[in-house]
Structures are given as structure tokens and as C-alpha cells.
Design a protein. Structure first.
Length: 658
């Protein structure tokens, strides 16, 4: 993006007009990034807790005082067992440097527990790797050449604006756009057709589409024979899923499934923009495996504008040097345990055991807000409130998580530090230059961990590498740091039709429908549904998904007043029929509950919900909610079939007037 600065202060942010994907445009959220940077509640100095955990009462301290005490307390814990120390981070800052570079070196050298970073995309990511050999797909710009685009599990207008630009170009040229999503999103409103299937039933729909391709001669048998493996087993599975069976499971009309299959077989080029919403259920990994097979069945990969994109991050594997950046060699042969970030609520409350290892005694949180975003937040809060848990949070604001910290350390924003970015939506490597000096006493994550490492006596030369050195080490192969300095980004040189002749990044170059160690993909009912848990469904008959509010990015931007004013208040969307049966009316305050907790929000009858499904739009900070909770009070910690990921959209609830 382009940042305009006057007298050392950012006055304007816009997309770079020469960047092929941005074309001068930014989403509403990022366009307000200066407002976030200069927010009156921005953390500008280190803080130490003086109140009870969760109260958010702190006193300012110096950097030296904070880091000396943190190092001393971590050192004492590490002397007993360094695995009792756990890092917790995700994508609040998404760059290679301010994400997992110096932080990873610090925790590897310490011997702390490793973190399984599963909270967003690991079910779909593992599924794509099993099928294609990596997180790879068609170049995003080629959607402009498609004549049929299935937008599956994605509210692209809100979360993937640059793809949407290409989809609109395709539509102007005559393309048909079909949205597959339980919710009638802004994107669904703009498509030619919307299939509002029940949450967690995407695999059944994919199998029914395959069934129709088989029985109506819609297959590219040559592509299947030459460039895939495991087709006979998948074929047998699909033949058990006629449209009538899938229609009952998905809550769709069988004829609409048949019509979509005919379009997928007939229209060329055809493509799928798959996103991560649909994999946040028990069977999400299997569903992604099946959907990823669809372009192979019809040979859609043969043409420019044909294929599928879920994530392009695998294309960067040859140019990212994660080992040089993160230095796993600093473990020196130790094999720390792996803590799943999606079950942090339970794990913080576990006692020491032979199976689990030591009780978690210290948590270092950066680039994340787990008290708001992790599932079953009542358990997360209970864990963070442990008086014997030492918690350090690197943050921009006093979030729900920071309120529970012993120390809060002020971190820089994207405008204030150096970073290198790859992507999961396009194929550019990008340089993030600092536009302004850090505000107040804020420091980059890298510098905070450098200083902490020095205080703990970590004297390996790599622990002192500055950010420019880290940037140079982060890249390898055909992309160098010097290449980025000239223009700020570099586009990977990829084939125009990457899998026209196979060549998937698997050992044999084929797409795998029955990868080693896994059978054929199938439909798995959600953990919580009438099929899998009928007694639970009688008590809690409404399926709930919790997609992000349009103007928030998970819990980021929730405290930016201009964006929160647009969203207004925490909302539950419901179908008119479900509301009428419960005596509910639009605009009233409702109580949403299940066995795990309750959540209060405002009811909206806006025709975005299908019958039997409600939408708890998230993710509001708990303390900015109606009664101190958010939608994750209701979600559970059960995991997906692949990738050990959370099932945010796999929840049953009931609703009544508050």
C-alpha cells in the first residue's frame, strides 16, 4: 500500500496503483489503519498489573524494569521445565519478521513448548496438501477469464476484495457466479445464484455433484487417468450420493444440485474460489478434499481461468527460508511437547501428568487475542485468571487478553516496522517498509524478543540479528531482499496453467484422492447436529455459525470507533419463521445459550439466515459486548477431522428474549 506522511504523521493510506492485485483499492478495514495506529487508547509504554486478573488495572513501568522481571520469572520456570512456558501467537501481525522470526528463535533456544497454530486454516490446509501436495492453486488474476465461478464458503466482498475485482470482471464478460454459503452474504446478493446449504454439509454437496458428473458423462477421463490417483474409490463413494440424498442432508432442492452439476460439466473455463469458512466444522478437511477433486474430474485445470484456489501460500515454499529465519537448530535435539492453540482453554486448566507434561506456568501472547477468539471462551477466561499463571502480552491495546496479563508490552503496528510478507490469496512477495517512527515507546516484536533474549543470557550471534538481517535471511532462491527494495514487491514466476498436464507437487505429480494413510474422503456430520447428537438437537435446535462482521478482522479493528459505529452492536441473524416460533421480533435483545454458556446480543431479521440456522456475527471484544461475553462463549473445543482445527461453525444453540 501507499502511505502519505506529513511532519512524521500518517495522513493517508491507499492501495498502490501499480500493484496488479491492489490497483489502488483497499478494504474498508485497512483503509482505517492510521486511525488504529493513532488511537487514543494505543499502548505507548510497558504496563505491570496492579489489579485482579481481568480487571485491566495496570501501572506504567520502564522497559528495563519490565524485561528484567520477565526474564527472571521465565528463567526460574525454565530451570524446572522450559516446557511449562508456552508461546501463543497467530496472524495479528502477518509478516515473516514480526511473526515467527526472533520470537521462534527465542522459544527454540529456551526449549519452550511448541504451538500448533491451528485456529484458522489447518483443516483446509492439510486437506489441500493431501490432495495436491501443497497449498497451491490457480493464479487469482485468472478468475477474470472464468465463465463459471463457484464462490464456496467465502464472503469475498468483505474478506477477499481483490479476488472480487477479478470475479466482477469475469461477470461483465458473461461469467456466471454461484455462491455456496449457509448465509446470504453481501457476496451472495451480488451472485447469479445462491445455494444456502446447511452448515457442515459441503462434502455431501460435492459428492452429489460428482455423482451427476459420473452418470451424465461429464468426466474428463483422460485427465483422471493421467493426472490423478484413487479415482475408482472416489467414484464408488460418489455413486452412493445421488442428488436426492444430498438434498436431504444439505437442505437444498435436488434439481438445483443437478443444475449446478450440469453447469460445472458444460461451462468452460470453470473455477472455484474456496475459502476457509466451510472447513470450520467436524468434517471440514474431508469437504475440502472432495471440493478440490472437482476441477480434476472435469479437466478444468487444462484451461486458463479453470481450477481452484483456496490458498496460494505453498507457491512461496521455494522462496521462503523458514529454517534460517526461525532456527529450529537452537532446540539442540530437544523435542518439546506441542500445545494446540485451539484447545488452550482446556490446556490452561490441565494439571501436570505423564501424558500432558508439566502444567502451563507461563504464557507469552503476541499477534493474538485468545480470550476473545479461542473457542469456548469461558474455559479460556478461567485459565487466564489463574493467579499462578505468569502472562506477558505484546499488544497495541488493552484487549480482553491483555486485561489478564501480568505485563503488557507495547508493540509496533504495520506502519512502524520492517517486514516481509508472502500471501495466501495471490503470488507476490512484498516488502513492508516502516512509514513512521514507532509511536511512544512501542517496539517491534523482533526487538522485544532480542532484548529479552539478551537478559536471559542467550548469547548466540543469531539472537542479535537486526531486522534487515532477518529480512535478508527470510528469502532464498529466485527472490532476494535486494529485489524487493526497488519496487516493494515481486511476483512469482509461475506457469499460466500450472496443472494442465498434472505436475502437482506430490511425489508422483498426480492429484491424490486416496493419499497414503487416508481412505477416500467422505461426508462427516457435524459434532453437533440432529444426525450426530439427536438428544442435544432436541434441546438446542438451531445450528449457529459465527462469521466475521464485515468491518472487523476477527477481533482486530473492533475498537476502531469509526468501524464499530458502522457495525453498531453485536448481532444475531435469524430467519423470520424461527423468530416467530419463539415470539422474537427484530431489534430486541436476545439470550443465545447452550450447555457451555450464554451470549446476549441484538436480533436482526434481515433475510440473511436460512430456517434452522442463526448467525452470531463476530468477533466482538468481550468487554465491548452487551454483558461481557461474545459468541465464543457458545463454541466448543472439539476438533476437525484433519488439521486439529477448531469447529467454530459446528454449534447448536437456543434463543429466547433476554
Amino acid at each position: 500500500m501507499q502511505v502519505s506522511v506529513q511532519s512524521g504523521r500518517v495522513v493517508r493510506i491507499q492501495g498502490h496503483p501499480d500493484h496488479a492485485n491492489t490497483r489502488g483499492a483497499l478494504c474498508t478495514k485497512v483503509s482505517r489503519y492510521a486511525e488504529r495506529t493513532y488511537h487514543p487508547e494505543r499502548l505507548l509504554q510497558p504496563l505491570r498489573r496492579v489489579g485482579a486478573k481481568g480487571e485491566g488495572r495496570f501501572e506504567p513501568v520502564s522497559w528495563d524494569e519490565a524485561l528484567d522481571d520477565i526474564a527472571s520469572r521465565l528463567g526460574a520456570i525454565a530451570a524446572r521445565d522450559p516446557q511449562a512456558i508456552v508461546p501463543y501467537s497467530y496472524a495479528g501481525t502477518m509478516g515473516l519478521l514480526q511473526g515467527e522470526s526472533m520470537a521462534a528463535r527465542f522459544f527454540h533456544r529456551l526449549g519452550a513448548s511448541l504451538l500448533d497454530r491451528t485456529i484458522c486454516a489447518s483443516a483446509g490446509g492439510e486437506a489441500l496438501a493431501l490432495t495436491y501436495g501443497g497449498k497451491v492453486g490457480m493464479p487469482v488474476a485468472q478468475f477474470a477469464d472464468s465463465r463459471l465461478i463457484l464462490i464456496w464458503g467465502s464472503n469475498s466482498i468483505a474478506s477477499n476484495l481483490h479476488f472480487w475485482t477479478h470475479a466482477q470482471a469475469a461477470r461483465r464478460a458473461g461469467a456466471r457466479l454461484v455462491c455456496i454459503d449457509p448465509r446470504r452474504t453481501d457476496t451472495a446478493d451480488k451472485c447469479d445464484e445462491h445455494l444456502a446449504l446447511r452448515p457442515g454439509t459441503d462434502a455431501a454437496l460435492a459428492l452429489a455433484l460428482m455423482h451427476e458428473l459420473i452418470v451424465h458423462d461429464g468426466l474428463d477421463q483422460d485427465y483422471l487417468d493421467r493426472h490423478t490417483s484413487g479415482w475408482p474409490a472416489l467414484r464408488e463413494q460418489a455413486l452412493d450420493w445421488p442428488p436426492e440424498r444430498a438434498a436431504r442432508v444439505c437442505g437444498l432442492e435436488a434439481e438445483r444440485i443437478r443444475a449446478l452439476a450440469r453447469d460445472w460439466a458444460r461451462i468452460r473455463p470453470a473455477s472455484i474460489r474456496l475459502n476457509y469458512g466451510m472447513q470450520r466444522v467436524r468434517g471440514g478437511g474431508n469437504a475440502v478434499r472432495l471440493i478440490a477433486a472437482l476441477p480434476c474430474l472435469t479437466g478444468a485445470w487444462r484451461e486458463r481461468g479453470g481450477g481452484l484456489l483456496l490458498s496460494s501460500s505453498g507457491w512461496f515454499k521455494p522462496v521462503r527460508d523458514d529454517a534460517a529465519l526461525q532456527r529450529p537448530d537452537l532446540l539442540a535435539g530437544r523435542q518439546p511437547r506441542l500445545i494446540n492453540m485451539s484447545t488452550i482453554g482446556d490446556d490452561l486448566l490441565r494439571p501436570a501428568s505423564a501424558e500432558f507434561g508439566p502444567r502451563i506456568e507461563a504464557l507469552i501472547v503476541y499477534n493474538s487475542n485468545p480470550v476473545a477468539v479461542a473457542p469456548q471462551s469461558s474455559r479460556v477466561v478461567a485459565g487466564f485468571r489463574r493467579e499462578d499463571l505468569f502472562t506477558v502480552v505484546l499488544e497495541h491495546f488493552l484487549t480482553d487478553t491483555a486485561d489478564h496479563a501480568d505485563y503488557v508490552l507495547p508493540a509496533t503496528t504495520q506502519l512502524e516496522h520492517l517486514d516481509v510478507h508472502t500471501s495466501y490469496g495471490h503470488t507476490d512477495v512484498l516488502l513492508n517498509r516502516p512509514s513512521i517512527a514507532p509511536v511512544g515507546e512501542a517496539l517491534p516484536n523482533t526487538e522485544i524478543f532480542r532484548r529479552l533474549a539478551a537478559r536471559m543470557g542467550f548469547d548466540e550471534p543469531c539472537m542479535a540479528d537486526d531486522d534487515e538481517a532477518l529480512a535478508r535471511q527470510s528469502l532464498t532462491g529466485p527472490v532476494r531482499y535486494e529485489d524487493l527494495l526497488e519496487r516493494g514487491w515481486l511476483t512469482l514466476d509461475l506457469p499460466e496453467r500450472p496443472f494442465a498436464d498434472g505436475g502437482f507437487p506430490t511425489a508422483d505429480g498426480r492429484a491424490h484422492f486416496t493419499p497414503e494413510g487416508h481412505g477416500v474422503a467422505t461426508f462427516l456430520a457435524p459434532h453437533e447436529s440432529a444426525d450426530s447428537a439427536p438428544e442435544l438437537a432436541r434441546r438446542y435446535p438451531l445450528a449457529m455459525i459465527s462469521p466475521p462482521a464485515r468491518h472487523f478482522l476477527n477481533s482486530t479493528f473492533v475498537n476502531v470507533r469509526s468501524l464499530r459505529d458502522i457495525e453498531g452492536e453485536p448481532v444475531l441473524e435469524m430467519h423470520d419463521d424461527d423468530a416467530r416460533a419463539r415470539g422474537l421480533v427484530d431489534g430486541m435483545l436476545v439470550r443465545v445459550w447452550n450447555d457451555r454458556g450464554e451470549y446476549h446480543c441484538v436480533l436482526r431479521l434481515n433475510r440473511r439466515a436460512r430456517a434452522g440456522v442463526v448467525h452470531g456475527l463476530g468477533i466482538w471484544w468481550r468487554k465491548l459486548g452487551v454483558r461481557g461475553t461474545n459468541v465464543n462463549e457458545l463454541t466448543h473445543q472439539q476438533l476437525t477431522d484433519l488439521g486439529r482445527a477448531p469447529c467454530f461453525y459446528d454449534t447448536l444453540v437456543e434463543v429466547e428474549p433476554a
